[in-house]
Ligand binder design. Structure first.
Ligand code: ADP
Ligand code: MG
Length: 340
């Protein structure tokens, strides 16, 4: 049996499996790109649970023709400077999303930079890109993804119902909106009733965004977190011990502006409420950690949803303290001392 080099389009399709699991992962990648491009307003439209259509419109910086051509190539990114994986400040950095999406869906990108005479549109079909053609549009970028996984039947079969996939898209957009209160989000399309969360800025912006996205009753039944400990900033809202849910779906964790799943944070919240909440009840929390990027490794998971803290104990201690102190200040007194 002879070894042969796989064609580029097939390599991309195989790699796509790591980045693009379902419609929600496409939405996450594209909205993160819009945020990285400095968008002030992002419109997310889906149909057929995102399988038929995903469209992300932003009013960000846009791309010139050379960047547009490069954007759909694998490992092409404008974001990783001086090959420094220890200092990642943008949401993207692998340069893999657009190439991956283009190999498993019909991808069309329209983009226009400020001052450009016109916009440009590039299409990728079966992993092969077209020449950019002029397009009439305002400043920003619109990415359209149609017939996701039509050429990967095994992956298509694995997807859940349109309703469930649309729900996963909603969850992803909610988290991105919670992490970026200064960005106006619209979530629309035939899959759903429209959500419209105008930008909020200044003091109280975070609380206002959480009220928009999680609900006004959460904001009213929560204490504000604002502590710094060993250089670890803990902010956000922690629900009162009397305001709990039957599952952990309403616990939201962010580290340096990125929504994450992390056992250290989940464990710290559980410990912080151990004296207050009943078994099998979960407090509602939106926890925002800011920490020196060098203290976190975000490169452990292809979708970047997981991370590793260099000093997990310090993070755990900071979270337990922040919540414990805020609850105590609100009159909830722990029966035992909460702390490290
Ligand atoms: P990454 O985000 O990891 O760099 P992507 O494949 O998601 O990789 O995007 C490749 C490049 O395309 C980005 O680095 C950026 O320069 C450009 N790009 C993608 N989406 C947008 C957008 N919405 N607005 C402006 N530039 C974009
Ligand atoms: Mg990206």
């Amino acid at each position: 049996m002879a070894i042969r080099q796989l064609p580029e389009t097939l390599i991309n399709r195989i790699a796509a499996g790591e980045v693009v699991e379902r419609p929600a992962s496409v939405v996450k990648e594209l909205v993160e790109n819009a945020i990285d491009a400095g968008a002030g307003r992002i419109v997310v439209t889906t149909a057929g649970g995102g399988k038929d259509l995903i469209r992300i419109e932003d009013d960000g910086a846009g791309m010139d023709e050379a960047d547009l051509r490069l954007s759909v190539e694998r490992h092409a990114t404008s974001k990783l400077s001086a090959d420094d994986l220890d200092d990642i400040r943008t949401l993207g950095f692998r340069g893999e999303a657009l190439a991956s999406i283009g190999s498993v869906a019909e991808l069309t990108i329209s983009t226009r930079q400020a001052g450009a005479a016109n916009g440009l549109r590039l299409a990728v079909r079966n992993g092969v890109k077209s020449h950019p053609v002029p397009a009439a549009m305002n400043r920003g970028t619109t990415v359209e993804v149609k017939n996701l996984f039509a050429n990967v039947p095994a992956r298509l079969k694995f997807l859940k119902s349109d309703r469930a996939e649309a729900g996963a898209v909603t969850d992803v957009v909610k988290r991105l909106a919670m992490a970026n209160p200064g960005v106006h989000f619209v979530l629309t399309g035939s899959d759903r009733a429209e959500s419209n969360w105008p930008a909020v800025t200044g003091e109280g912006a975070l609380g206002a965004r959480l009220a928009q996205v999680v609900g006004a009753d959460f904001a009213e039944n929560a204490v504000q977190l604002a502590t710094v400990r060993h250089g670890i900033v803990v902010a956000g809202l922690a629900g009162l011990p009397t305001y709990t849910r039957a599952n952990s779906l309403s616990q939201f964790y962010f580290v340096n502006g990125r929504s994450v799943r992390d056992k250290v944070l989940v464990g710290a919240v559980r410990a912080a409420y151990a004296d207050y909440t009943f078994r099998d009840r979960f407090p509602v929390v939106a926890l925002y950690i800011s920490i020196d990027p060098a203290e976190v490794d975000v490169n452990v998971h292809p979708a970047k949803a997981e991370l590793r803290f260099r000093d997990a104990g310090a993070v755990r201690g900071a979270v337990i303290r922040a919540i414990g102190e805020a609850l105590a200040a609100a009159g909830f007194k722990a029966s035992t001392t909460v702390g490290e």
